[in-house]
Design a protein around this ligand. Structure first.
Ligand code: AP5
Ligand code: MG
Length: 213
């Protein structure tokens, strides 16, 4: 099963993708997580990605596509995957589509998690992220058992550099301009499914499993 998660920054793509990955035993592939891991490890890729991410801009398609195709070519992706944060532009979606078509394959579901912009800025300021394992929490809605510490791996939780209010506003603007057109792209392919992302994360997940079966 190959799934694409769509939705604004902070809509809950990562939160839901992790639950999907666990339930259906497929890898969770997040380009944002891959970039953040590279930033943390001080790689050249990380340095380049950070210069865009800190402004809330997109990392150039060429670089992002290369990283993603490398990742999904790995063995653990043979039986499917859930993509979170990719594709984010029409050219990215077209490259992915062409690669899958070459293998006689396709995306099965594109799940759009809908959350209005007003809710987003509020959510982001409360988010805490684990840069080691990619787990995400919210200080009010989804708190870790021990404040500031990741439940899954015990690392310290941080406020992401790009979760500052001004940067979040730019990420939203970039989303509406470059990423929202993907809703139409996948609708035309007949694989688009929409879920309400404003309800409790467990209820969002119930709606998603209702779709995936
Ligand atoms: P990325 O890491 O993908 O960030 P994003 O799209 O901005 O999305 P987020 O991770 O911020 O939000 P999310 O939807 O995953 O929400 P989450 O589950 O955490 O990308 C970061 C940057 O990397 C980009 O800006 C770009 O520069 C670059 N990049 C990445 N991919 C790229 C690509 N393909 N092309 C080019 N550049 C790329 O939830 C948010 C918060 O809400 C959390 O605190 C969570 O606990 C809470 N929450 C979740 N669900 C609920 C709920 N139902 N109710 C209440 N709270 C909830
Ligand atoms: Mg995320």
């Amino acid at each position: 099963m190959k799934i694409v998660m769509l939705g604004a920054p902070g809509a809950g793509k990562g939160t839901q993708a992790k639950m999907i990955a666990e339930k259906y035993s497929i890898p969770h592939v997040s380009t944002g997580d891959i970039f953040r891991a590279n930033i943390k490890n001080g790689t050249e890729l990380g340095k380049e990605a950070k210069s865009y991410m800190d402004k809330g801009e997109l990392v150039p398609d060429e670089l992002t596509v290369r990283i993603l195709l490398d990742r999904v070519a790995q063995d653990d992706c043979k039986n499917g995957y859930v993509l979170d944060g990719f594709p984010r532009t029409i050219p990215q979606a077209e490259v992915l589509d062409a690669e899958l078509t070459k293998m006689g394959d396709k995306i099965d579901f594109a799940i759009n998690v809908e959350v209005p912009d007003e809710n987003i800025v509020r959510r982001m300021s409360g988010r805490r992220a684990c840069l080691k394992c990619g787990a995400t929490y919210h200080i009010v809605h989804i708190p870790p058992v021990k404040e500031g510490i990741c439940d899954k791996c015990g690392s310290e939780l941080v406020l992401r550099d790009d979760d500052k209010e001004e940067t979040v506003k730019n990420r939203l603007a970039v989303y509406h301009e470059q990423t929202q057109p993907l809703i139409d792209f996948y609708d035309k392919k007949g694989v688009l499914k929409e879920v309400d992302g404003t309800v409790d994360s467990k209820d969002v997940f119930a709606a998603i499993t209702g779709i995936l079966g």
